[in-house]
Design a protein around this ligand. Sequence first.
Ligand SMILES: Cc1cc2nc3c(=O)[nH]c(=O)nc-3n(C[C@H](O)[C@H](O)[C@H](O)COP(=O)(O)O)c2cc1C
Length: 209
Amino acid sequence: MEFADVLTRRASVRNFTEEKVPVDKLREMVRMAGTAPCIGGRETWSFIAVTNKELMRKMAEAVKMKYDGIIPAGGDHVTDNVRNAVESFSTIFLNAPAVIAVLSEPYTAVIDKVLEQTSYSHDDINKLRNHPDIQTIGAAIENLLLAAVDMGYGACWQTGPMVAKEELSKLLGVKEPYSLFAFVAVGKPAHEIKPRVKKPVGEMFSVIE
Ligand SMILES: Cc1cc2nc3c(=O)[nH]c(=O)nc-3n(C[C@H](O)[C@H](O)[C@H](O)COP(=O)(O)O)c2cc1C
């Protein structure tokens, strides 16, 4: 597919057919994700693909329980609607034949070597630099989404489930120094993909000459 077509055809897919995604296809999507730029040349990412439906059900249940705790039942009609919408938005990976968990390990920056002589910590510098660790993972995830489109699949980036990070990490066997950053649900789209109309370039671009 032409690169521009891959970009313009991508949209978040939340309904999938039951067709399985072969492991070699998932591996190829992850290989493409790993071509992304990364902070200080540190490829901090790691990926776990889950195709086991029983495990996915447990993961969705953990997410739902977490939101039930955050927005308790017994509130008004609006609150109940919000909780249901958020839970549905956060568990759509259950509709997919595969979900890829995206993990990251901490990175060390050149500046870290001299931080002891300063009043700044690694976390302070990371924050001042606008979280290059998170930006690195974002670059990899976008590559993954585009690779999925190019290979005839649909995908949805998900951070909603991360409220249950601790429980999900246990279910997935995530070990230090890695931590869970996001999910990407992957599969064949159940319906024709209709990309959203995006902001016109004139509204988001300016030039200083
Ligand atoms: C960081 C991030 C987190 C997201 N988390 C979720 C999520 O938890 N559940 C979901 O259904 N969509 C999620 N999305 C998808 C967005 O809702 C979607 O990208 C946005 O509405 C624009 O639509 P499009 O992807 O079809 O262009 C997420 C997207 C991003 C970039």
